[in-house]
Design a protein. Structure first.
Length: 140
């Protein structure tokens, strides 16, 4: 029981840090100030933010369940694997955002998000969650 509590606390901490890091890095990559836009009630950016957290949470979950840490060294390996897969998830989210933005020449995601285009935010949410499913499939 104590081991489960320790593992839960460790993975909670690692997962939360990786999701916050991913949010921050993706905010840097996308030409919109997420905190400012969310403070102004921009639902499009809210959808993007939700996609980041949901997608990375799914990737992190898959990394955790693929390891099965029973001892301290296995826990350390599981945490390292989880961190690596989370970074891969972050990188693939950013790449997918820019690739889909390039392919969709009829509109620009950055402009659409600044204009509070909720449909664009939902589309990006879907891209991030879809990429999370792909990365999770590779993990498992």
């Amino acid at each position: 029981m104590v081991t489960v509590i320790i593992e839960t606390a460790v993975y909670f901490g690692v997962g939360l840090i990786m999701m916050m890091l991913g949010y921050w890095l993706i905010d840097l990559a996308i030409p919109v100030d997420f905190p400012k836009e969310i403070n102004e009630g921009n639902k499009a950016v809210g959808w993007v933010s939700a996609g980041i957290y949901a997608g990375l949470g799914f990737v992190i979950r898959s990394a955790i369940i693929s390891g099965g840490a029973d001892e301290a060294m296995e826990l350390l390996k599981g945490v390292l694997d989880t961190t690596v897969y989370a970074v891969i998830g972050i990188i693939t989210f950013i790449l997918a955002y820019f690739l889909v933005d390039i392919v969709n020449r009829k509109f620009n995601f950055g402009v659409a998000l600044k204009e509070k285009n909720e449909a664009a935010g939902i589309m990006i949410f879907g891209i991030f969650v879809g990429i999370a499913f792909i990365v999770s499939g590779v993990i498992q």
